[in-house]
Design a protein around this ligand. Structure first.
Ligand code: ADP
Ligand code: MG
Length: 250
């Protein structure tokens, strides 16, 4: 589903990704963990072209999004192709990013209508089904300001799913929530995983990573330091830096 190799990214003099590689199969759930500033968000954002890489290669479901040319520079596919490829990935952010002036339903149907050209008649029943799935049918016509953080994040997940992505990227989806609201969001994500959605999840929720993820990637200072099956990783992290990180988290 995702094949990224040798991703390099710098912001000015700050080298944020120093050759990050990842291969991900259909239905896999991968947790990306690591200290703040290690490049986790940048990595996710490069995969779906919210940031551009400087060098490396990104393949999504067999299509090349970007590749390094003979001069060592990343070259992207033509713009229409980039948009087509990135549409296969849904993203959920820490801060929900709902449209405040739209109701819950409008938030969900907006992109399918404007980006995919779906008719309202086709998308509304689908949006309602997604709302039922995330347990928010009663909030169909509410505005985001009237929702709790956990409810907002579940709407954000439903909104991403409405585009029918093949891959879901989550960037610390529960980090902005009060502790009592994280459970409802993690439950929704767990349900998605059980339905075999391919998911790449940056998270500080070690319980979720341990129980739901197949693999764990530990990043530090712009590199993947350790990559292991989740059960193995949590039982005995191999690298001193992952061990130190886990000791701090648990
Ligand atoms: P993480 O998600 O692991 O906390 P980030 O990917 O957000 O890490 O950040 C990695 C590094 O890149 C940090 O040093 C951060 O300050 C820097 N960085 C991230 N985004 C930008 C940006 N848009 N401009 C400049 N520096 C950035
Ligand atoms: Mg981050």
């Amino acid at each position: 589903m995702i094949k990224a190799s040798g991703l390099h990214k710098r912001f000015g003099h700050n080298e944020v990704l120093k050759g990050v590689s990842l291969e991900m199969s259909k239905g896999e759930v991968i947790a990306v963990i690591g200290p703040s500033g290690s490049g986790k968000s940048t990595f996710l954002r490069c995969l779906n072209h919210l940031e551009t890489i400087d060098a490396g290669r990104i393949e999504i479901e067999g299509d090349v999004l970007a590749d390094t040319d003979a001069g060592g520079q990343a070259r992207y596919a033509p713009e229409a192709e980039v948009r087509r490829i990135c549409r296969r990935m849904g993203m959920v952010f820490q801060h929900f990013n709902l449209f405040p002036h739209m109701t819950v339903l409008q938030n969900i149907i907006e992109a399918p209508i404007t980006v995919k050209g779906m008719s309202r008649d086709a998308i509304i029943p689908k949006a309602e089904a997604l709302l039922a799935k995330v347990g928010l049918s009663a909030k169909r016509d509410a505005y985001p300001a009237r929702l709790s953080g956990g409810q907002k994040q579940r709407v954000a997940i439903a909104r991403a799913l409405a585009m029918e992505p093949d891959i879901m990227l989550f960037d610390e989806p529960t980090s902005a929530l009060d502790p009592e609201l994280t459970g409802e969001v993690l439950r929704t994500m767990r349900q998605l995983a059980e339905e075999h959605m391919t998911m790449l999840v940056v998270t500080h929720e070690m319980g979720f990573a341990r129980e739901v993820a197949n693999r764990v990637i530990f990043m530090d200072q712009g590199e993947i330091v350790e990559e292991r099956p989740a059960a193995e990783f949590f039982a005995s992290p191999a690298h001193p830096r992952s061990r130190a990180f886990l000791d701090n988290m648990l």
